[in-house]
Write a protein that binds this ligand. Structure first.
Ligand code: GDP
Length: 139
């Protein structure tokens, strides 16, 4: 089934110069980029995005990190792309991420883990709508 998902190259990924490599991995898997832009979130905007985590002990640190520099936000499209993107990303904790995944190769910390990807159709819908309107998604 063709799906769409939200991907973010987090501030650590942009700062460390791996934007091109992350996008290359998506493209080489046949994933289509349906929307893309660079943004620098305020902490309040990051709090809105990560609202589901507001009770977690790392919420303040995470939202401070996500607003510490520019991110690349993208809508990825393809067959089962929600799960496929999660597979390419690797586990949240880079120490547990499978070899060859983005996080295993580039993450430096459980928080500074280079990429975000929606984990289900419902979260994908919310997350895509958080950053993009219909005119920014190319068909
Ligand atoms: P994801 O779906 O793999 O991104 O993982 P989660 O939804 O569980 O967590 C969201 C983000 O919060 C992760 O990608 C990390 O950047 C951060 N995070 C998760 N667990 C921890 C933690 O234990 N400590 C800190 N500082 N950050 C965390």
């Amino acid at each position: 089934m063709t799906e769409r998902t939200l991907s973010i190259i987090k501030p650590d990924g942009v700062a460390r110069g791996v934007m091109g490599e992350v996008i290359r991995r998506f493209e080489s898997e046949g994933i289509r980029i349906a929307a893309m832009k660079m943004i620098h979130m305020t902490q309040a905007q990051a709090e809105g995005f990560y609202a589901v985590h507001k009770e977690r002990p790392f919420f303040g640190s995470l939202t401070e990190f996500m607003s510490s520099g520019p991110c690349v936000v993208m809508i990825l499209e393809g067959e089962n792309v929600i799960a496929k993107n999660r597979e390419l990303m690797g586990a949240t904790n880079f120490k547990e991420a499978a070899p060859g995944t983005i996080r295993a190769d580039f993450a430096t910390d459980i928080e500074k883990n280079v990429v975000h990807g929606s984990d289900a159709p419902e979260t994908a819908a919310f997350e895509m709508g958080y950053f993009f309107n219909n005119f920014e998604i190319v068909g």
